[in-house]
Ligand binder design. Structure first.
Ligand code: HEM
Ligand code: HEM
Length: 457
């Protein structure tokens, strides 16, 4: 896959390091907000109804932070090392990159403060107010410029599939973010009625499907063959998967709206193509797993690759559940329940989050020139996140089915709530493991970035 790298180039990687640090810090903060939210499900009055810690506010802080604070910067950190490396060049401008990291962190801080103050546009995953939307759109545009210019100055003529995925994610998100946040209506950041719901879920869905998914798949396509020291099983297949993902994933957001009076034709397209998603997912997984065939030991030996490989396995589970819950008959039971929350954590943490962590650990020694501070701590983080997430998924899936069954039978909410209590406790306990894992990861990354001795190149 890879040719020898021109070592005469001044590799700086400060942008990749900046995004790495951003991801580690915000993962810890985001999961702490998640845990606080989970505790409120168990003891709603515990925090004495402090407004800025109320569930309605911190839930949005949590969801936005995991997407834009933890997973996206983590994947970008790996991506901004991978793309120049594959193209036999350096990143076009590290200064522009550092500026982007700086603006990125300003938008994250502003988002937390405004959402905690109750300043929200009230649209799920698009809660941030207009001025922050502008900053987000700006950061993606800056990364877009940096990537395109890097491609322009490349020495390697062939664009390996990771470059396709990573560039597509940035280019498409620059567009999708502005459209989905109705950025041309500064006050409301919204249209009205059903058209607004459709455009919101075009965004909410594509932030998963056209940002997190292609970034994660792009990183996996680099880490897995590199860790196995073997070429990718099939380049043709990799590009088939890329184009099918772009064609199918981009327009199925209405599967989030099967319970609302959206146009039937749109729902039918969303349902049919949600099932069709099996194709690009299967293509990616066959390709990666055939590459690993006979070399699982090499994956196991590398902590970065281990996180990434696990992410691909959870990708399979997420994408078995996804098409299933796109069926109206299934969604009639599972919608508006913890079942969907289980799927959300499986997809964002189990798939793209695991690959983000793996990407970081894989590139960290390369972007710092220092050995990882502690492989043991990284391994501990792996198990804490994996066990925490698994318990999280099982408890929420069961709780979701209890809720869905009650809903289907016309039960009143207050009779179901006591049945959920034990599952909420399990969820919070498992969440605590994920929080501890993220704090360990932060410590390990800080030690590696700032305190490990430089290795002789
Ligand atoms: C980095 C890891 C995490 C990611 C990527 C993540 C992601 C998400 C997402 C996407 C949602 C929205 C779910 C939906 O609307 O369907 C959510 C909600 C939530 N998360 Fe997390 N989360 C993470 C960690 C945690 C942790 C450690 C906890 C602690 C227990 C937690 C607790 C919650 C709670 C309580 C909700 C609200 C659920 C509801 O409204 O019913 N999360 N999370
Ligand atoms: C085969 C691919 C997939 C399909 C067909 C699919 C389908 C769905 C459907 C139908 C829902 C809405 C369920 C409901 O509201 O009742 C949903 C929710 C969700 N999915 Fe997926 N999914 C897929 C993969 C993924 C992946 C890879 C991720 C993460 C990167 C993801 C993240 C989420 C999240 C966060 C939600 C919750 C949205 C909310 O807050 O309501 N999904 N998915």
């Amino acid at each position: 896959m890879e040719k020898t790298v021109d070592n005469s180039l001044p590799h700086d990687h400060s942008t990749a390091r900046g995004f790495c640090m951003t991801s580690a810090v915000w993962m810890a903060i985001a999961t702490l907000f998640g845990l606080t939210t989970a505790i409120q499900f168990i003891a709603p009055d515990l925090l004495g109804n402090i407004p800025w810690l109320s569930l309605g506010r911190i839930r949005a802080v949590h969801t936005n932070l995991v997407i834009f604070g933890f997973v996206t910067p983590g994947l970008l950190s790996a991506a901004l090392y991978i793309v120049p490396r594959l193209l036999q060049t350096t990143l076009y401008s590290e200064k522009l990159g550092i500026l982007t990291v700086f603006i990125w962190n300003i938008f994250l801080v502003s988002m937390v403060v405004t959402l905690a103050m109750g300043l929200t546009q009230g649209r799920e995953y698009a809660e941030a107010i207009w001025s922050i939307d502008v900053l987000v759109a700006l950061t993606f545009s800056l990364i877009f410029i940096n990537l395109i210019m890097t491609i322009k100055q490349r020495k390697e003529p062939i664009l390996y599939v990771s470059v396709w995925y990573i560039c597509a994610a940035v280019i498409l998100t620059t567009l999708v973010y502005g459209i989905g946040n109705v950025i041309w209506v500064p006050g409301a950041g919204a249209l009205t009625g059903i058209p607004d719901a459709i455009i919101l879920w075009f965004y909410g869905h594509n932030v998963l499907g056209l940002l997190l998914t292609p970034l994660a798949v792009g990183v996996a396509y680099y880490v897995i063959p590199s860790a196995c020291r073997t070429p990718l099983y099939s380049h043709t297949l990799s590009l088939v998967g890329f184009w099918v993902l772009l064609v199918i994933y981009s327009h199925i957001g209405t599967h989030h709206l099967l319970q609302v009076p959206a146009p039937t034709w749109l729902k039918v397209i969303a349902i049919v193509d949600s099932i069709g998603m099996i194709i690009p997912v299967a293509v990616v997984l066959f390709n990666l797993w055939y590459t690993v065939k006979g070399k699982l030991g090499m994956i196991h030996a590398d902590i970065g690759a281990k996180f990434v490989f696990t992410g691909t396995v959870i990708y399979l589970l997420t994408c078995i559940q996804g098409p299933l819950q796109s069926l109206p008959q299934v969604q009639r039971v599972t919608h508006y329940s913890f079942w969907v929350v289980a799927h959300a954590h499986m997809g964002i943490l189990g798939f793209s989050g695991m690959i983000a962590l793996g990407g970081i650990y894989y590139v960290l020694p390369k972007i710092t020139g220092r050995a990882l501070y502690s492989k043991l701590l990284a391994d501990l983080q792996y198990w804490l996140v994996l066990i925490g997430l698994s318990g999280f998924m099982v408890s929420l899936t069961i709780a979701g089915l209890i809720q869905g069954n009650g809903w289907l039978n016309g039960e009143t909410v207050y009779r179901i709530l006591p049945q959920l209590h034990v599952y909420n406790i399990v969820r919070a306990s498992m969440g605590l493991m994920i929080v501890v894992g993220s704090l360990i990861g932060l410590y390990n990354i800080v030690r590696t970035l700032f305190f490990q001795p430089k290795e002789v190149q």
